[in-house]
Design a protein around this ligand. Structure first.
Ligand SMILES: C[S@@+](CC[C@H](N)C(=O)[O-])C[C@H]1O[C@@H](n2cnc3c(N)ncnc32)[C@H](O)[C@@H]1O
Length: 232
């Protein structure tokens, strides 16, 4: 076993492998390996199955800053079947929501929602909602206050516009916003990925957000980039 490096109370790195402290002991969410470090059970966070995990693995300068604080209120647009969400929950909420966090998880797909509703039962602190990230009027009542942390991973056209709109409406001043951008989902033109990523970076900066790091996920999630921003 290589020396463990602690990223947070619930996230450790063993060599190059990320692990999160399992908030639901003995339960593997997506077939990931479970193992004990110093008597505590952790789940392997597969960076090829999770853009957030890939971002954490690849971040050069911001690995310790990307995640929210335990106990934060978070908004996750495009939560899918809950793969990344489960690891995020390990960190923000923990076992029986001992950290008193809250993660509002939105997805458009009823099939995904079914999985998220199951997750909610075993992971208190999660709030799954069937909704469209582009149309917040149907779910904004679930957000009585602005959030500390926003993650968007919707893989559809106009990802940057949807993210900027959500950040302006829902992210606190100084809050952290992560945009997972899939180049192939953008309509721009026949531009290469790098040009698309540069255009989106400019869009984010012009909208008043600080881009702390632009993390290229190539090799883990091809044609993807994770923008780590802060709301001014
Ligand atoms: C790449 S998957 C998400 C994977 C997930 N973030 C993870 O890492 O475990 C993209 C998800 O975005 C959802 N989606 C696409 N467009 C959306 C929209 N406009 N509003 C909400 N969800 C959307 C899809 O249903 C899909 O589940």
């Amino acid at each position: 076993m290589a020396k463990l490096r602690q990223i947070s109370w619930a996230v450790v790195v063993d060599g190059r492998t990320l692990w999160t402290r399992n908030a639901v002991p003995k339960y593997s969410q997506y077939g990931e390996q479970l193992r004990r470090f110093k008597g505590v059970e952790y789940r392997r966070w597969d960076p090829t199955r999770s853009k957030l995990g890939a971002g954490l693995s690849r971040a050069r300068n911001t690995q310790y800053d990307l995640l929210p604080n335990p106990g934060d209120t978070c908004l996750y647009l495009g939560a899918g079947h809950g793969t990344s969400l489960s690891h995020l929950h390990d960190h923000v909420c923990g076992n029986n929501n001992e950290k008193e966090g809250r993660i509002i998880a939105i997805d458009l797909s009823p099939r995904c929602l079914r999985d998220l509703v199951y997750l909610e039962k075993i992971r208190p602190g999660l709030v799954p909602i069937l909704g469209d990230a582009r149309n917040s009027s149907s779910w904004r009542m679930m957000l009585p206050t602005k959030v500390d942390w926003l993650l968007q991973d919707v893989s559809q056209a106009d990802q940057a516009e949807i993210f900027i709109d959500a950040a302006k409406k829902f992210l606190k001043k100084g809050g952290k916003g992560l945009l997972s951008l899939k180049a192939a989902s953008e309509r721009f033109d026949a531009s290469g990925d790098k040009i698309i990523f540069t255009k989106v970076r400019n869009q984010l900066e012009h909208s008043g957000m600080v881009v702390n790091e632009q993390i290229d996920l190539h090799g883990l999630e091809d044609n993807h980039c994770l923008f780590f921003t802060t709301m001014k």
